[in-house]
Design a protein around this ligand. Structure first.
Ligand code: BTN
Length: 233
């Protein structure tokens, strides 16, 4: 089921606060989110009716599945939008713009999967976010948030089924084919270090493998910027 909330600080926080009475697969959609959270402690801004603010509770069967749940969310998001690629780990990209993002937070074997997709904001919304855009700005047709949420839930369940049938490799192989980071020159920052090189693979734990020229370095968190014709994104 997708529960619609009129106004809430953050759909992820809502699930975390109400987790004891919620089950695997339960979803929430906020019409207005006032304290949206992004990755790496950032703020996720949204305006009523202009974006999808969605979270789903997933109970994994095995601990090792947790690391690929963010990748699974990215695949489900792309199928819901119909086009696009994924910048590792899970920025939703169309052209060279970020149209959505994913924040997964774990509580034991329960993953709170938050997905934000920019639907109909205009250019002014992204004045301070030059890499951001909405589906409208990119000319991508879409449904309103309520319909998108139902489709997103269905797509999440589809990929969870693939995970159950094919295991982690079923998700990783699909992610590789939609990942725009692979083959690019990248710069990974996190825990005080900078790793530069070519993104060469995603391993079975969902980590990005960077070929630095002097070795293969797995990266599992932090920020990865990739070099494009117009600079880093
Ligand atoms: C990112 O790219 O930094 C992740 C953005 C995640 C935003 C979504 S909106 C729904 C859910 N609730 C939140 O507070 N954050 C996520």
């Amino acid at each position: 089921m997708v529960k619609i909330l009129e106004i809430v600080p953050s759909t992820n926080d809502y699930i975390k606060e109400n987790m004891d009475s919620m089950s695997h697969g339960d979803c929430v959609l906020a019409l207005t989110q006032t304290g949206g959270k992004g990755r790496l402690g950032r703020v996720w801004e949204s305006r009523r009716g202009e974006s999808l603010c969605f979270s789903m509770l997933i109970d994994v069967n095995k601990w090792e599945e947790l690391t690929i749940i963010p990748l699974l969310c990215g695949l489900a998001s792309l199928d819901t939008i119909g086009v696009g690629g994924l910048k590792w780990p899970n920025d939703i990209i169309i052209g060279d713009k970020k149209v959505g993002g994913i924040l997964c937070e774990c509580r034991g074997k329960r993953a709170v999967c938050g997905i934000g997709i920019n639907l109909s904001q205009k250019e002014d919304f992204f004045r301070e976010l030059p890499n951001g855009a909405s589906l409208d700005m990119m000319g991508i047709p879409h449904y309103e948030a309520g319909v998108m949420a139902i489709r997103l839930r269905d797509n999440m369940l589809k990929y969870l089924n693939i995970l159950n049938l094919d295991g982690k490799s079923g998700i990783i192989s699909r992610f590789r084919s939609r990942c725009i980071t692979l083959g690019c020159e990248v710069e990974a920052t996190g825990s005080g270090t900078v790793i530069r090189g070519i993104a060469s693979d995603i391993n079975e734990d969902g980590e990005l493998i960077i070929d630095t020229g002097s070795g293969l370095v797995p990266v599992n968190s932090g920020e990865v910027r990739l070099r494009t014709k117009r600079g880093y994104m």
